[in-house]
Design a binder for this molecule. Structure first.
Ligand SMILES: [Zn+2]
Length: 421
């Protein structure tokens, strides 16, 4: 890939500055200093803000196919009567089409990497590579406390992890679903496979009050205590939700270096509960942001997620000094930290995952405070998104081509119709 030079752009670095941005060998090679006579692609940046790419730290990408399919129902009724019957009919081609739609949606809202948990890892990987986004793909499994199912699942998981390894845009992860669907033995095995293959771990934790109460009744101890005792908590692990935890449990997560994917919209929509954001920050937990799947969100926009995350703390916890900066960091550098990637910041030597936002859009006018505009008012103002230094959204369209974008939607529509028939 030839060098890319963005001239005279507003750069959202540690301190916002105006200058040139140079990308070479998939990295930021120059930030802010004026570059002259550089061959390669040159973009006039005068009307743009360069912003680090977002990391969507927890989603089920292919669930875009179920967007708006079942609304306004209690969680279990929703899962049992609506979502699970559809998921039974899922074929690899549906997952491919749904994941592609998700990738395009995320790229167009400035997201450059996502952590996924769903079925058919290879189809997800194909969609990710075809779209040019980066992803941490978890090979998801349940064992429902059965040894036979566990053995069968682990064979598939190990195979998935091998297939997902050594691919440029993909980070492999083992994805035991949740404490109420996977045995402690299953979690142990997941951890071992992750260690043996240098993969990450992705898991749902303490999403509902009922689930943690039942766990405690069954095991006689708090869920985080038990997970810690079996050595499941470590730096490879990202847990989604983490709502129903006590102070001591939060402290343990911080101490073990576990990352947490906070998913405020899904938590609000399913009435799951309210995240203790301040408690997590004070304990030093690496808090990231996730959208969860489109069936419970219904959008995959981290821009929206930042706003909801901040507002939820203000209204529910009366935390009026909760800063926009917290959610911005969560969405960018913390998300990349969870994936062990040198990204999520516009700094020399960091991977060039970022987006250019149109400052000539109403939601950025006036621009007193770029961070506040991004968190609280930016809507669809992404003009370019770069992943690994390559533009994958150009002039506001996926691959710079409206026809390509329409084709992704057409394929997803067909897949959704087939499933919902
Ligand atoms: Zn989830």
């Amino acid at each position: 890939m030839e060098p890319i030079l963005i001239k005279d752009v507003l750069i959202m670095a540690e301190n916002t500055l105006r200058g040139d941005l140079l990308i070479e060998h998939s990295e930021f090679a120059g930030v802010g200093e004026v570059v002259r006579d550089k061959s390669g692609i040159v973009i006039d940046g005068r009307n743009y803000a360069a912003v680090p790419g977002f990391a969507n730290a927890h989603t089920h990408a292919a669930m875009t196919l179920f967007r708006g399919y079942a609304e306004d129902m209690p969680l279990m009724e929703w899962l049992e009567n609506k979502i699970w019957p559809l998921e039974k009919k899922l074929k690899p081609k549906h997952v491919y089409a749904g994941t592609k739609l998700a990738c395009v949606e995320m790229l167009k809202t400035g997201c450059t990497v996502f952590t996924d948990m769903y079925f058919y890892a290879e189809e997800i990987a194909k969609a990710v590579e075809d779209c040019g986004i980066r992803a941490c793909i978890s090979s998801a499994f349940f064992d429902f406390f059965s040894e036979d199912i566990l053995e069968e699942s682990m064979k598939r998981v190990e195979k998935d992890i091998k297939n997902l390894s050594n691919r440029k845009l993909i980070i492999p992860a083992v994805g035991p679903h949740a404490p109420y669907t996977v045995s402690l033995e299953g979690l142990n095995r997941a951890k071992e496979v992750a260690e043996e293959n240098n993969a990450l771990l992705h898991f749902h934790l303490a999403e509902t009050e009922k689930e943690v109460k039942e766990f405690e009744k069954k095991n006689g101890k708090k869920v985080v205590k038990v997970l810690d005792e079996i050595g499941f908590l470590n730096k490879r692990l990202t847990v989604a939700h983490a709502i129903w935890l006590e102070k001591e449990e939060i402290r343990i997560l911080a101490e073990r270096g576990v990352s947490v994917a906070h998913c405020p919209v899904s938590n609000m929509k399913l009435g799951s509960g309210v995240f203790n954001y301040r408690g997590m920050l004070e304990a030093g937990v690496n808090v990231c942001l996730g959208t969860d799947g489109a069936a419970s969100n219904n959008s995959l926009s981290i821009l929206e997620e930042m706003k909801f995350a901040a507002l939820l703390q203000k209204v529910y916890r009366n935390d009026l000094e909760f800063k926009a900066e917290y959610v911005f960091r969560a969405a960018t550098e913390n998300g990349y930290r969870a994936l062990k990637l040198r990204g999520g910041k516009i700094e020399k030597g960091y991977i060039a995952d970022f987006a250019l936002y149109n400052l000539n859009s109403v939601s950025f006018c006036p621009n007193h405070n770029l961070l506040a505009n991004l968190v609280y008012s930016a809507s669809n103002s992404v003009v370019y998104t770069f992943v690994n230094g390559i533009p994958v959204v150009e002039n506001g369209y996926f691959m710079g081509d409206v026809e390509k974008e329409l084709k992704v939607m057409e394929d997803a529509r067909k897949a959704a119709e087939e499933l919902c028939q």
